[in-house]
Design a protein around this ligand. Structure first.
Ligand code: ZN
Ligand code: ZN
Length: 479
């Protein structure tokens, strides 16, 4: 049959009121215009016919016409209309319907979140939501996406979404003047940032459990499980198995001859519900550990860069000075960083200038002027060994009067005495404060992402950035 003959046939069926047959012909030829015309001329009472016309238009991708027919059927506000807009990616209209009828939210948010993720438009859309005064929409979308990622065991994605969520809270706090609300937002920010790190790190453990022969080095798995064991102490996160974390830690501890630790972990493992396929391992390892020495391999002890105390391999805070270890966010090894604070009379702007200047000085030959300044300082600090750098001197003489963590405080002279390359400044947005760190091992380069402020071993960070083009943690594009 030619096209003209099809047309005549379709019209004939209409006049004979054999609508289904005429619709079949129109659909076969993708005649959306004719379908719409038929819909327009069909009486409202003919619900079956109208419904079919609407559905066919929808399938053929003519959303606008389908909307018109659904509207005629009185489905303007119904779930069909919502799905229609979702399929056609008419997000504004879909959200307008959700606004009028919030029970449709799940029909829209999840597909929207997926669409955003597929199209790499997440961050822009979040900004648009916030700008449009609809932060809750941004949260809902992200929450859906996060839950989905966890359900599908895409833990790295889950970590990334939690990081985005945490940033939403920080943004709200940064843009608001209400202090009472800010505390809440900051707490929420801290919590989600923590979740982000947990899921991000847990990805490695999950992969190890799926395939124990994969190419993680024992040290890396050891560091990651150690980090996770501490981070998940009082937290139960969906999909994160404490058994898996401790199992991996016990395995690496045995491999690396941390027998004291392995013993502790195996005892803890026995208190958990052990998946049947691991029961033999736990039983056997618990038996064989009895014949092993009672101490850990000394190489695995965590040295505190601040007070030089050797700590048990699993602690995250020095038992002597309460210094919090700072981990690289790739292999989770301890970085040689010491946090410090400015004395009260120094502003951040001033500090940045001083740090910059100290860089200029370090470039030039030690000017007499400078050494004079240093001498004055040294005299001020009584009879100090002149060869010791002022920051180290301060460290050595730091007395922690309280039983909690107290960052070391530095004055202008000390600030100027340090070379720029040894200082890392995290310029956190308000209401958070800038954070300052000194790298005490000049040969060990540390990189700090300017967006998430996580720290990295520079070499490892560069490899990741070359591979993916973005920060491995927050996925902010670099360069
Ligand atoms: Zn210490
Ligand atoms: Zn980052």
């Amino acid at each position: 049959m030619s096209i003209d003959e099809h047309k005549v046939a379709a019209e004939l069926y209409i006049s004979a009121e054999e609508f289904d047959r005429s619709i079949d012909i129109m659909v076969h030829n993708c005649w959306t215009h004719m379908l719409l015309e038929l819909g327009r001329h069909t009486d409202k009472a003919e619900e079956t016919v109208l419904s079919r016309i609407g559905d066919e238009l929808r399938k053929l991708g003519d959303t606008e016409s389908a909307v018109e027919i659904y509207a005629k059927l009185g489905k303007d506000m119904g779930p069909d209309m919502v799905s229609l807009h979702v399929e056609a990616h008419n997000w504004d209209q879909a959200f307008a319907l959700v606004e009028k009828n919030p029970i449709f939210a799940p029909l829209v948010y999840l597909p929207y979140a997926e669409w955003l993720a597929e199209n790499d438009k997440f961050v822009e859309a979040q900004k648009a939501f916030l700008k449009g005064g609809r932060p809750e929409r941004a949260f809902q979308v992200l929450q859906m996406l996060t839950e989905n990622a966890v359900d599908e065991q895409r833990f790295q994605d889950a970590g990334h979404y939690y990081w985005l969520l945490s940033r939403q809270y920080l943004n709200i706090a940064s843009n608001s003047n209400e202090n009472s609300q800010n505390d809440k937002m900051i707490n929420q920010y801290n919590l989600y940032d923590k979740y982000a790190s947990i899921y991000y790190a847990y990805n490695a453990i999950h992969r190890y459990m799926e395939d124990p022969f994969m190419s993680y080095q024992p040290e890396t798995l050891f560091n990651i499980s150690r980090f996770l064991m501490n981070e998940t102490k009082n937290i139960h996160l969906k999909g994160v198995s404490k058994f898996a974390i401790l199992y991996s830690l016990s395995k690496q501890a045995l491999t690396m001859r941390a027998f004291k630790l392995a013993r502790q972990i195996l005892t803890k493992l026995q208190q958990l519900r052990i998946p049947s396929e691991y029961q033999d391992y736990v039983d056997l390892a618990s038996l064989s550990i009895r014949a092993k020495p009672f101490h850990d391999n000394e190489d695995l002890l965590s040295m505190c860069y601040r007070c030089l105390t050797y700590n048990s391999p699993v602690v995250q805070t020095c038992i002597t000075c309460n210094h919090k270890f700072i981990f690289s966010h790739i292999k989770f090894e301890i970085l040689p960083l010491i946090e410090f604070q400015l004395e009260d009379n120094i502003s951040d702007t001033e500090a940045l200038k001083l740090i910059q200047n100290s860089h200029d000085e370090s470039k030039s030959k030690q000017s007499e002027n400078k050494s004079q300044k240093m001498n004055t300082f040294i005299l001020d600090e009584e009879s100090q060994d002149q060869s010791v750098d002022p920051f180290t001197y301060k460290l050595m003489n730091f007395e922690n009067k309280e039983n909690s963590y107290q960052p070391i405080k530095v004055n202008k002279t000390i600030l100027q005495s340090m070379s720029t390359t040894s200082i890392i400044v995290c310029k956190w947005p308000k209401p958070l404060k800038f954070k300052y760190y000194r790298n005490v091992l000049p040969g060990f380069l540390v990189t700090n992402c300017q967006n998430c402020f996580k720290m990295f071993h520079s070499d490892e960070y560069e490899v990741e950035v070359l591979r993916f083009g973005y920060c491995p943690f927050c996925r902010t594009k670099t360069g």
